[in-house]
Design a protein around this ligand. Structure first.
Ligand SMILES: [Cu+2]
Length: 68
């Protein structure tokens, strides 16, 4: 399967600590790589070849206290 880029809208990030938390949350998910979080654009993007991991990423971001 080819890796593809996924981008999520993330609400609730107010500072670099928040975006760092989201970044680490995504980096901890195996199968997700090239994580980047844009605090100002309220977006998180990453590469994955598994669409189920996009759902997992959303769940983990919400668990961390933000809204994806
Ligand atoms: Cu913050």
């Amino acid at each position: 399967m080819a890796s593809r880029k996924a981008t999520l809208n993330v609400e609730g990030m107010s500072c670099s600590h928040c975006s760092g938390t989201v970044q680490r949350t995504l980096e901890q998910i195996e199968g997700i790589s090239n994580v980047s979080v844009d605090l100002n654009a309220k977006k998180a993007s990453f590469d994955t070849d598994n669409s189920e991991l996009v759902d997992k990423a959303i769940k983990e971001i919400n668990k961390a206290g933000y809204r994806a």
